[in-house]
Write a protein that binds this ligand. Structure first.
Ligand code: 5GP
Length: 351
C-alpha cells in the first residue's frame, strides 16, 4: 500500500514506455522507466496519473506515471476480459513439489547438475497485469545490526560459484557460505554440520512445508537445499553470508529478516567473451579451465538476457565478469558498500 500525501519512493518492477501507452493523456509528459529504477513520486493529486522523477536524475523535470489506482483498474478490466479458469493447485503437495522440481542445468566445472525448486515466488503473471511498483525506503545498516545476506545470481558457467569461493578464501573470517542440508548419507571423510546437515527425508520435507528452505533440489534421488536457519547461523556469527541462488529463488529470500542484497553476475558480450577466452592465458586461467565452446558462450549470453528480462527488478547491482580477478575486486567493494552505505529496500523490511 502506498501513502496518500507525502512524497515517497517506489522501485519499478517492470518497464514503462509512455509512448506505447494509449491511455496516457500526453505521451510527451510521460516518464519512461526500466525495471529496477527507483522513482520519487512527487505529486499524487491526480488519482490516475502521478508525477515522479528518477532518483538517478534528481534535477530532471517530473513526468507522468500511471498511479496504483489506474493499474488496479486496468487489472480488474484485464481479469474480466479473461475466460473463466477455475483455480487449481491451491495447496502444495509433495507430488506437486516433486513435479515442480526443475533441473536447472547449472553445470559446474566438474559437470555436476544442480536442481532447484521453482514456483515458490509470485511469478510473472501478476506482473503482466500491473504490479508495477514496490514501495522502497533507504536502509542504513548500523554497526550493531546483523549483516545483510548477499545473493549471487548468474547464468551457468559465468563464474558465480568460483567468485563465491574466492571471496570466502580471501577473507574467511568475514565471508561464509551456509551449510546445506541433504538427505544422502555422509561419506567417510564428511562431518555433520561441516559439508552438510544430514537429515531424513521427512525432516527435509517438513522444512520445505514450514517455509524454512530458501532453495532445494533433487540429485540422484537425494534432496539438497539451503535452509533459512543455516543462513542465520552465519549471520549470527557476525559474518556476511554469501549464497548463490537460481533467480526464481530470490523471491523466497526477500524477507526483512535476511534483507538480501542481490548481485547479478553477467557475462560480457559475445565478442568480448571470445576475445577474453582467446587471451585467457594472459588474463586469467579461468576461461581456459572452463573450456568453453562458442555454443556455450552463446547459451550463456542468452540465459543472462532472459534472467535480466525476467528478474532484473530484483538485482541491486550488476557485475560484468570478463575477468575473474576484476570481477572479484568489484564484488568485494560492492559488498562492503551494500553493508555500510544506505540502500533502497522494500519499505516493509524496515517499518
Ligand atoms: P554431493 O552429493 O556430491 O555432495 O552433491 C551432489 C549435488 O548436489 C551437486 O551437484 C551439488 O551441486 C548439489 N548440491 C549441493 N548442495 C546443494 C544445495 O544446497 N542446493 C542444491 N539445490 N543443490 C546442492
Amino acid at each position: 500500500p502506498v501513502n496518500s500525501q507525502k512524497t515517497f519512493h517506489v522501485r519499478a518492477m517492470a518497464e514503462y514506455r509512455p509512448r506505447e501507452d494509449p491511455a496516457i493523456p500526453c505521451a510527451d509528459a510521460g516518464l519512461p522507466f526500466r525495471k529496477g529504477d527507483v522513482l520519487q513520486v512527487v505529486d499524487q493529486s491526480d488519482a490516475l496519473w502521478w508525477q515522479a522523477r528518477k532518483v538517478s536524475d534528481p534535477h530532471a523535470c517530473a513526468g507522468l506515471i500511471p498511479s496504483v489506482h489506474l493499474l488496479k483498474r486496468k487489472q480488474r478490466e484485464f481479469w474480466w476480459s479473461q475466460p473463466y479458469r477455475p483455480h487449481t493447485c491451491l495447496k502444495p503437495s509433495i507430488s506437486g513439489f516433486r513435479r515442480s522440481l526443475r533441473l536447472c542445468r547449472r553445470k559446474s566445472h566438474s559437470g555436476q547438475l544442480r536442481a532447484s525448486l521453482r514456483g515458490m515466488g509470485t511469478g510473472g503473471c501478476c506482473m503482466a497485469v500491473g504490479t508495477l511498483y514496490e514501495e522502497v525506503a533507504r536502509y542504513q545498516r548500523h554497526a550493531e545490526d546483523r549483516h545483510r545476506l548477499v545473493v549471487l545470481v548468474g547464468p551457468s558457467g559465468v563464474g558465480v560459484n568460483e567468485l563465491r569461493r574466492q571471496l570466502i578464501e580471501f577473507n574467511p573470517s568475514r565471508f561464509q557460505s551456509a551449510v546445506p542440508h541433504t538427505t544422502r548419507s555422509p561419506k567417510s571423510y564428511e562431518m555433520n554440520g561441516r559439508e552438510y546437515h544430514y537429515v531424513s527425508k521427512e525432516t527435509f520435507e517438513s522444512l520445505i512445508y514450514s517455509h524454512r528452505m530458501l532453495e532445494c533440489g533433487e540429485y540422484k534421488g537425494h534432496l539438497y537445499g539451503t535452509s533459512v536457519d543455516a543462513v542465520h547461523t552465519v549471520l549470527d556469527e557476525g559474518k556476511i553470508c554469501v549464497l548463490d541462488l537460481e533467480p526464481q529463488d530470490i523471491q523466497v529470500a526477500r524477507t526483512s529478516e535476511l534483507k538480501p542484497y542481490v548481485i547479478f553476475i553477467k557475462p560480457s558480450n559475445l565478442s568480448c567473451m571470445k576475445q577474453s577466452r582467446k587471451n585467457a592465458k594472459i588474463i586469467t586461467d579461468y576461461f581456459v579451465d572452463m573450456k568453453f565452446q562458442d555454443e556455450d558462450l552463446q547459451e550463456m549470453e542468452e540465459s543472462a538476457q532472459k534472467m535480466e528480462a525476467e528478474f532484473g527488478q530484483f538485482f541491486d547491482h550488476v557485475i560484468v565478469n570478463d575477468n575473474l580477478q576484476d570481477a572479484c575486486a568489484q564484488l568485494l567493494s560492492t559488498i562492503e558498500r551494500a553493508q555500510e552505505e544506505p540502500q533502497w529496500v522494500p519499505v516493509t523490511w524496515i517499518s
